[in-house]
Structures are given as structure tokens and as C-alpha cells.
Design a protein. Structure first.
Length: 131
């Protein structure tokens, strides 16, 4: 929705939430790398669709295209999952890399679906008001 302008705020939000909600024992460079990957993942997904010739410019829609939003978010979740697994690979037990990657993948996809569901409910609720 905000293209490249969303990367820095998303990365900073991930750093803040990771440090204050999760409090892991990680080296700062791994956290920064993972946060930049997470912040850029939906932008990368959007650009991949654009390069494939699929225009998903959400600013041109008069009504939200929920299917397109779910596609971008799902691909962004996959990119984020593999990016996080790559960024944190040094801190994983080598025998558990696949398990850690799948954990990121399931968590990202379920979190994305939950947030899209909440956004849909908010959108339906806000239609009742003239804003």
C-alpha cells in the first residue's frame, strides 16, 4: 500500500517488538538483518507480482481487492519466513534449520491471515459510518 516507504517503519516496529516483547538473546546485526528482510518482504512480493505483469496497485481500487491483498501478504509471509531463517541461521541448531524455517512460515502465514481477517472486519464495521 505504501510501497518502499513502509520498509523502514516495519523494520523498526519489528526491532522494537522483538526486543521488548520477545527479549531474545541475539546479536544486533542478526536482528537488524531479519527486521530489514521482514520490513521489505511485502514490498518484494508486490514488486514480484508487478514484474510478472500482474498490476496490484491498491491505490487505484475503489473497493479493496481482498484476494490480491491476501496473495501479496501470503507471498510476503513466505519471503519473510525464509529471510528470517536465513538471518537467524547462525543461531539455530544445524539439525533444526528446517523446523525453525517451518515455524517462521506457519507463524507468518497464520499471523497474516488473522490480521487480514481483522482488517476485513474493521472495513465492514467502518462502512457503517460516514467518515
Amino acid at each position: 500500500l505504501f510501497h518502499a516507504k513502509s520498509i523502514l517503519p516495519l523494520a523498526l516496529a519489528e526491532i522494537f517488538c522483538t526486543l521488548y516483547l520477545w527479549s531474545p538473546v541475539l546479536e544486533l546485526e542478526y536482528l537488524i538483518l531479519a527486521s530489514l528482510i521482514g520490513g521489505a518482504s511485502c514490498f518484494i512480493a508486490y514488486e514480484l507480482f508487478r514484474l510478472a505483469g500482474i498490476d496490484l496497485d491498491f491505490s487505484s481500487f475503489t473497493r479493496p481487492n481482498w484476494k490480491a491483498l491476501i496473495l501479496v501478504a501470503a507471498l510476503g509471509s513466505v519471503i519473510s519466513s525464509y529471510g528470517h531463517a536465513f538471518a537467524y541461521a547462525a543461531s539455530f541448531d544445524p539439525q533444526l534449520v528446517l523446523v525453525e524455517t517451518l515455524t517462521f512460515l506457519v507463524g507468518d502465514v497464520l499471523g497474516t491471515l488473522a490480521l487480514i481477517f481483522l482488517a476485513l472486519i474493521a472495513h465492514i464495521g467502518l462502512r457503517k459510518f460516514d467518515l
